[in-house]
Ligand binder design. Structure first.
Ligand code: 16G
Ligand code: MG
Length: 577
C-alpha cells in the first residue's frame, strides 16, 4: 500500500470509529429518553396484577376491560417492529368471531403477513412486564435484535366495530406517540383490508392504491372483467350475506356500488339491531350447522356468512327439502384449486398447484383432492400463519382452514410467468386468454391473508363461469359426518402433538388409546389438540355416520379427561334420541 493510500485508510478507519461512537452516544441518549418516556406513559395504562397475557395464534385476545395496558405496550412494540423492518407495519384491534365484550390486537408485517413468529415472544414479554419494568423489557428487545432506535417508525392502525375499539385504539396510539412514531388511524376496517393496505403502501403502490376505495376498485374491476355475459341456466347472481353484525356488513355495502348490477346482494345481520357474532356469522353457522335465526331463505338460495372481522367466510343453502347444507373452507378450497388448475393447464404454463389444509379438513375433501383432482395436499398446524407458510412451497398455493379462513398465494415467479404469458402474442388465443384470467384472479384474490369479501367474490366468479348452483358445487364430494368437542383440563399444555397435530405425544398413552378407538369404526379418524385461544383441549372425530362420529368424539374425550387432567364432571355420552 502506498503512503498516500495508508494515510487515507487511517483517516477512513478513524472516521468510521468516530462515527460509531457518535452513533452509539446518540442512540444511547435517545434510547434512554424514549425508555424513560415509555415507563412514564405506562402510568396512564397500568397493568393489572396477576394476569398473564399470551400472544397466541391470532395475537392477544381477552375481555376488552383488561386490555388497555396490552394495547399501550403493543403501540411500543409496533414502533420497534417498524424500526427493525425499516418499513410500515400495522396493528389490528379485533377479537374476530368472539363475543362483543372481548377484544384483541394483532400486529401485521410489512407485506401484510402475520407478525414473524420470533416476535410473538417479545410481544408476550412486553405485555407481561410490570409498569416500572417496561424500559428494561424494551431495552432487552432492542439489544437482542440490535434495533437502531433513532430510525423512524410508521404504523397503520384499524379496528373492528366493537364499542371497546376507540379507547383501545387510543391506548395503542399513546404507545406509538411515546416512541415518536408516525401513524395512520384508518378507523373501522376489516382485518384483511388493513393487511392489504400495509402491503400496498410498502410495495409503493405495486399491489394497489393505499386507500379503502382503492381496495374496492381493485377487487371490483377484476370481478367485472371476469364476469362473462350471457344468461346462465343454473347460476343465479343473487346472494344473501350474513354480516355477523360486524364490519363485513358495513364494507360489503361500500363495495356494492362498485359491482354495478352484476350481483344482487342482500345484507342481513348488518349491525342495525343484533349484537356482533351473536347467533350469526361464520363461526355460528359452522359450529351450529344451521342458518342464523331470522334469515328468510328460499330453497337453493346461496347464503354467505362472514365472521366478526371478515377474514373468514362460509357458504350455505337449504336444498329443495329444506335441509341445511354447509359449504365450508374445504369446499371453497376444492372449488378454487379445481378452477385455477384448469386455467393453469389451459395456459400451458408449468406451475405446480397445491392445497394446504389442517387436520380439521373433512377426510372426503382430502381424498377428493388427492384421488380425483390429483392435487397434492399438505397438512399444517391450525392457525393461519402455519398454512400460509406451507402454501409458499407451491407456485400456486391454495390454503383454507375448514372454518373458512384462507386464500391463494402465487409465488413471484408464477406471477411473472402468468403476466408474461397474458401478453405474449406468439401464444394461441386460448392460452393467452387463460393467462389473462389468471392475472385477473390474482387481482381478485387478497394474497396477504384470508379475506371474506375477496373469497366471496372469487367463489361467485367460479360458480358463474361454471354455471353452477350451490347444489352442483356441493355435489363435488360428500362430507363425512364429524363432531368437535372441547374438554376442560387443569393445564392444556399437558396435551402435546406432532405431525401437524394429527398425533398426540403427551400425555403418555393417549395416542395409543385414540388409535384403538378409531380402529373400531368405519372411516374413523380422530385427533386432539390444545386450543390456541381458549383454555381447553379440542377433540375432533369423523366417521361414516353422525352417530358414530359423535360416539368416537365422546370416547376420545373421556380418554383426554382421564389422562390429561380433566376438570369438572367427566364427559357424558351423546344422547341417542
Ligand atoms: C385463531 C386462528 C384461526 C384458528 C383458530 C383456532 C388466525 C388469524 N386465527 O382464531 O385460524 O382456526 O385460532 O382456534 O390464525 P383454537 O386454537 O382455539 O382451536
Ligand atoms: Mg376473524
Amino acid at each position: 500500500m502506498s503512503k498516500v493510500m495508508r494515510y487515507f485508510r487511517v483517516v477512513q478507519v478513524s472516521l468510521c470509529s468516530t462515527w460509531r461512537q457518535v452513533r452509539t452516544v446518540y442512540r444511547t441518549g435517545k434510547m434512554s429518553d424514549i425508555l424513560a418516556e415509555a415507563v412514564k406513559g405506562a402510568a396512564a395504562h397500568p397493568r393489572p396484577e396477576g394476569i398473564n397475557f399470551t400472544y397466541g395464534t391470532a395475537g392477544f385476545r381477552d375481555k376488552s376491560t383488561i386490555l388497555d395496558p396490552v394495547l399501550y405496550r403493543m403501540g411500543l412494540l409496533a414502533a420497534l417492529r417498524s424500526k427493525a423492518k425499516k418499513a410500515t407495519v400495522a396493528a389490528m384491534i379485533t377479537a374476530s368471531h368472539n363475543p362483543e365484550p372481548d377484544n384483541g390486537v394483532k400486529l401485521v408485517d410489512p407485506m401484510g403477513e402475520m407478525l414473524e413468529a420470533a416476535w410473538e415472544k417479545h410481544a408476550t414479554d412486553l405485555a407481561n412486564a410490570k409498569d416500572e419494568d417496561i424500559g428494561s423489557a424494551l431495552q432487552r428487545i432492542i439489544d437482542a435484535l440490535d434495533i437502531d432506535i433513532s430510525l423512524p417508525s410508521d404504523v397503520f392502525v384499524a379496528r373492528d366495530t366493537r364499542p371497546s375499539g376507540p379507547p383501545l385504539t387510543q391506548a395503542l396510539l399513546d404507545g406509538l406517540k411515546v416512541m415518536g412514531s408516525t401513524f395512520t388511524d384508518f378507523g373501522i376496517l376489516t382485518t384483511p383490508q388493513l393487511h392489504y393496505l400495509v402491503r400496498c403502501h410498502n410495495s409503493r403502490g405495486a399491489y394497489g392504491e393505499t386507500t379503502e376505495e382503492g381496495y374496492y376498485k381493485k377487487l371490483a374491476q377484476a370481478f367485472l372483467k371476469l364476469r362473462e355475459d350471457g344468461t346462465k341456466k343454473k347460476y343465479q347472481p343473487v346472494v344473501i350475506i350474513d354480516g355477523a353484525n360486524g364490519v363485513g356488513a358495513l364494507k360489503t355495502r361500500k363495495l356494492q356500488p362498485h359491482l354495478n348490477d352484476s350481483l344482487k346482494i342482500t345484507v342481513c345481520n348488518d349491525g342495525s339491531s343484533g349484537k356482533l357474532n351473536e347467533k350469526c356469522g361464520a363461526d355460528f353457522v359452522k359450529v351450529q350447522q344451521k342458518p342464523p335465526p331470522g334469515m328468510e331463505i328460499q330453497p337453493g338460495q346461496r347464503c354467505v356468512s362472514f365472521d366478526g372481522d371478515a377474514d373468514r367466510v362460509v357458504f350455505f343453502y337449504l336444498n329443495k327439502d329444506g335441509v341445511f347444507n354447509l359449504l365450508d373452507g374445504d369446499k371453497i378450497s376444492t372449488l378454487i384449486a379445481g378452477y385455477l388448475g384448469e386455467l393453469v393447464s389451459a395456459s400451458g404454463l408449468q406451475l405446480n398447484i397445491g392445497v394446504v389444509q389442517t387436520a380439521y379438513a373433512n377426510g372426503s375433501s382430502t381424498r377428493y383432492l388427492e384421488d380425483v383432482m390429483k392435487v397434492p395436499v399438505s397438512c399444517a398446524k391450525t392457525g393461519v400463519k402455519h398454512l400460509h407458510h406451507k402454501a409458499l412451497e407451491f407456485d400456486v398455493g391454495v390454503y383454507f382452514e375448514a372454518n373458512g379462513h384462507g386464500t391463494v398465494l402465487f409465488s413471484d415467479q408464477a406471477e411473472q410467468k402468468i403476466k408474461v404469458a397474458s401478453q405474449d402474442d406468439s401464444l394461441d388465443s386460448g392460452k393467452r386468454e387463460a393467462a389473462t384470467r389468471l392475472t385477473l384472479m390474482m387481482d381478485l384474490i387478497n394474497q396477504t391473508v384470508g379475506d371474506a369479501i375477496s373469497d366471496f367474490l372469487v367463489v361467485e366468479t367460479i360458480l358463474s363461469t361454471r354455471d353452477w348452483a350451490a347444489d352442483d358445487w356441493n355435489m363435488q364430494y360428500k362430507d363425512l359426518p364429524s363432531r368437535l368437542l372441547k374438554i376442560k383440563v387443569k393445564d392444556r399444555t399437558a396435551v402435546q402433538t406432532t405431525d401437524a397435530e394429527r398425533c398426540a405425544t403427551a400425555p403418555a398413552g393417549l395416542q395409543e388409546a385414540i388409535n384403538k378407538l378409531v380402529a373400531k369404526y368405519q372411516q374413523g379418524r380422530s385427533f386432539v389438540r390444545p386450543s390456541g385461544t381458549e383454555d381447553v383441549v379440542r377433540v375432533f372425530a369423523e366417521a361414516d355416520t353422525q352417530a358414530i362420529a359423535d360416539m368416537l368424539a365422546h370416547e376420545v374425550s373421556v380418554q383426554v379427561y382421564q389422562l390429561a387432567g380433566g376438570v369438572g364432571e367427566q364427559p357424558q355420552p351423546p344422547s341417542t334420541s
